[in-house]
Every structure is written in structure tokens, then in C-alpha cells.
Write a protein that binds this ligand. Structure first.
Ligand code: SF4
Length: 335
């Protein structure tokens, strides 16, 4: 346990178990660069149990691929911001990733993100005065040892050259981060905070990178980004995940975060946005609508595919979809 704000308890020790996985031939995969992941922890979904457990008759359903097959897996117990994003992009993607739990191998970009997140997590585990750049750099090798499992080595083809590049780029990220903020001055209420709560009948679950308490008393959601900066006219999707984290905070902690801060640590740029009542309600409502549709599609046995150049571009399931007759745009146009 740790505490947030005025003694409000926050559970940070919940351990997610892996649900049974479907073993299938692996399609060509290219996970989204911003997908976050920790070894042994799936950011997407809480463990299966309860209402959609083994005794639930919905476990066996016909799905519309032109042949009869079944969802052997239960419906996930909860919806995370990143899985909501999957669903909103393409419901079939949600089906493959969250219901069927088809493995999505790592990419170099996702591994770099995991390594950087691990370093920052360790840094904020230190007492504030000890959070200096040397200490952070000291965690880089440890982060690689933690993140780069034998499976990851295979998946991204990590040889000595790529390993050296990963170390160097992570070291650059750490250096740049210290030009963005001084972690010795930050009052962190928690890092890697796991919050689960039901909002309007929708079970939500998310892991916040960091939750700060600033001098003016404001609670601030901080999210590290190791991918590219959005363009200057970034749309509402840039903040979508963090705004759903704000919903979780408000419901779980009884306090609405005042701001969201995205730290683009590869570029040394920060983007910030205030959190408003309107946004909170809109995000909660969108999640509730999506959850209703997810349950309906699960009951119907089919999550429709909505292929498009943008949707399919970073999707791991292109080959699988093509093999099932989905009109995924040609490889040359989706990358
Ligand atoms: S490849 Fe395209 S259509 Fe298939 S799941 Fe991914 S986003 Fe959906």
C-alpha cells in the first residue's frame, strides 16, 4: 500500500495473472510503438474471474469467419485505456489482443520504451535527494537485464550492435530527461500506480506512470512517452489514455487530477493539458459505450474488423486478418 493525498489508501500491489492464451501461428507483427509493457504484466487486462469465468456459457460461441469456432477465452474483466484504444481503432484488434490474447511480440521501439520506464520507476524509488543523473544511468544495465528476456532477444533480433544502440539511446533519454525536470524536487504520490474501479457499470483498470503532488496542491498525472512527438496540431487522442487515468483517479482517490503532463523524453519536450469536468465525463461515457459494445460483440461471437490505412498500420494482426479475408490495405501502404 501507499498513500495518496490526505491518507487515502491506494492499492499498488495488485498482481495481474495471465489468463490462458490461445496458441496460434504468429502473424507478422509490429506492435504499436506506444504500447507499454512490463515482463510478466499485461497492461491491458486484469485477470479473468467472476462473471465471465469458466462456468459462463458465453465461453463457447460461434463466430462469423464463415466457419464455426469458439471463443475459448473469457471476456476480460476490465478495460484499460490502451485496450479501449484498440477497440475504438478496430474491434477485431481488441478481439485478437484482449479476448483471444494472441501474443504480440516486442519491437525495438517498445523494448526501448520499457527499458526507459523501468529506469524512471527505479529512480523514483529512491529518496528525493538521491535522484540524480548518475543514479538514473546506473539503472540502465539493470533495466536491460529486467526487460530483455530470451524471448525479447529473439523477437527483436538483439545482437551486440543492437544492444549497444539500445544502451546508448536509453542513456540519451536519461540525460535529456534531466533537462526537463529535477526529480529531486518532485513530490511523487506514487509510480506505476495500479488503479481499478467501476465507473457507470464499466470496470476500468489502468497503471499510471506517475502521480505527482505539486506545490499548489494540484494532483498531476505524468506519463512518459518514448515515441515521437505528435504534430503541432495534436488531437484529443494524444491525451485520451491519460484522461481516462484521470477518471480512475477521481473515482478511486476521490480527487480529480488538475493537470496531465506528457513527458516526451526522447525529444525533451513536455505537453500539458488541464483536466476538466467535461473531459472526465466524456471519457467515462466513451468507455461505457465501448464496454457495452464489447459485451455485445462477445455475446454475438464476432468483433467486426474496420480496416483502414491508419488502423492497420501498426497492427500486429495484418497477416491473420488477410488470411481471414479482411480487406487490410496493401502492405506497401500500411508499412
Ligand atoms: S489488421 Fe487492420 S483490420 Fe485487422 S485487426 Fe488490425 S486494425 Fe483491424
Amino acid at each position: 500500500m501507499s498513500t495518496v493525498g490526505a491518507g487515502v489508501p491506494v492499492h499498488v500491489t495488485t498482481t495481474l495473472g495471465d489468463a490462458p492464451r490461445t496458441v496460434v501461428p504468429r502473424p507478422y507483427v509490429r506492435p504499436h510503438d506506444e504500447e507499454k509493457w512490463r515482463p510478466g504484466v499485461r497492461r491491458g487486462d486484469a485477470p479473468e474471474a467472476g462473471t465471465h469465468g469458466p462456468s459462463d456459457p458465453r465461453r463457447v460461441r460461434a463466430v462469423a469467419y464463415g466457419t464455426t469456432m469458439a471463443f475459448a477465452q473469457p471476456l476480460p474483466r476490465s478495460l484499460s485505456p490502451s485496450r479501449l484504444g484498440d477497440f475504438q481503432t478496430c474491434p477485431r484488434r481488441y478481439q485478437h489482443a484482449s479476448v483471444e490474447r494472441i501474443p504480440q511480440p516486442a519491437s525495438y521501439a517498445t523494448v526501448k520504451g520499457r527499458v526507459a520506464h523501468y529506469v524512471f520507476e527505479q529512480l523514483f524509488g529512491l529518496d528525493a535527494p538521491a535522484r540524480n543523473v548518475q543514479a538514473a544511468q546506473g539503472f540502465v544495465e539493470d533495466a536491460l537485464a529486467h526487460v530483455v528476456t530470451p524471448e525479447v532477444v529473439d523477437e527483436i533480433g538483439l545482437d551486440d550492435e543492437l544492444r549497444a544502440r539500445l544502451l546508448a539511446e536509453t542513456a540519451d533519454i536519461v540525460e535529456r530527461y534531466f533537462t526537463m525536470e529535477d526529480p529531486r524536487t518532485i513530490a511523487s504520490e506514487g509510480v506505476e500506480l495500479r488503479l481499478g474501479v467501476t465507473v457507470d457499470g464499466t470496470p476500468l483498470f489502468g497503471i499510471l506512470d506517475r502521480l505527482d503532488r505539486e506545490d499548489d496542491g494540484a494532483l498531476v498525472i505524468v506519463d512518459y512517452k518514448t515515441g515521437s512527438l505528435p504534430n503541432r496540431n495534436f488531437d484529443s487522442q494524444t491525451f485520451a489514455n491519460a484522461e481516462l487515468y484521470a477518471v480512475l483517479c477521481e473515482e478511486k482517490l476521490g480527487e480529480r487530477p488538475r493537470r496531465i503532463r506528457l513527458l516526451y523524453v526522447s525529444q525533451g519536450e513536455t505537453i500539458e493539458r488541464p483536466v476538466s469536468e467535461v473531459v472526465i465525463r466524456a471519457r467515462a461515457s466513451a468507455a461505457a459505450t465501448a464496454w457495452d459494445r464489447i459485451k455485445r460483440y462477445y455475446d454475438e461471437g464476432d468483433f467486426p474488423a474496420t480496416p483502414s490505412k491508419n488502423a492497420c498500420r501498426f497492427c500486429s494482426f495484418q497477416d491473420l486478418c488477410r488470411s481471414q479475408g479482411v480487406a487490410v490495405p496493401p502492405r506497401s501502404s500500411v508499412g
